[in-house]
Ligand binder design. Structure first.
Ligand code: SF4
Ligand code: SF4
Length: 150
């Protein structure tokens, strides 16, 4: 029958024209990021027990940390570098951390012109002011954050 294709096409258009729009007007409007968003990293050095599990869990050797002994002969962190240029954002380091002190952040637009800036010195700059992701730490997730993901 002639015009069958046209009718089919119009029916698809008709169905979709009233649907909720999924496109976002980025960059004028910022996107709604999921609560589990993996944008950057933060490390609570005071919580870290220098166990190196995060370093060992990383498949790309993106984490380099060093430890030292304190006055009580206890191991503590001396340096912590995470090179994001090798990072797959797989989350294995965050999942491995027994203290949940290594976390993803919900940072966005982290592109940079300078290669050195993707090397994070999380010992000197813990980045704790950034909003933390709930990835691998559901106990810290608030109901609001969970709803946001839906
Ligand atoms: S997210 Fe994956 S690749 Fe990136 S530092 Fe952690 S373990 Fe390594
Ligand atoms: S796994 Fe966690 S506690 Fe252990 S060294 Fe890494 S950040 Fe610190």
């Amino acid at each position: 029958m002639y015009g069958k294709g046209l009718l089919k096409g119009l029916s698809v258009t008709g169905r979709n024209v009233f649907r909720k729009r999924l496109t976002e007007k980025y960059p004028e409007e910022k996107p709604q990021l999921a609560a589990r968003w993996r944008g950057g990293f933060q490390l609570d050095v005071n919580e870290c027990i220098a166990c190196s599990l995060c370093e060992k869990a990383c498949p790309n050797s993106a984490i380099k940390l060093t430890t030292e002994k304190n006055e009580e002969n206890k191991k503590q962190l001396a340096s912590y570098e995470l090179n994001q240029s090798y990072c797959l954002f797989c989350g294995l380091c965050v999942e491995a951390c027994p203290k949940k002190c290594l976390r993803f952040t919900r940072e966005f637009e982290t592109a940079t012109y300078h290669k050195e800036e993707v090397k994070l010195d999380l010992f000197k700059n813990q980045n704790l002011s950034a909003s933390a992701s709930i990835y691998a730490q559901p106990e810290k997730a608030t109901e609001a954050a969970r709803k946001e993901e839906k």
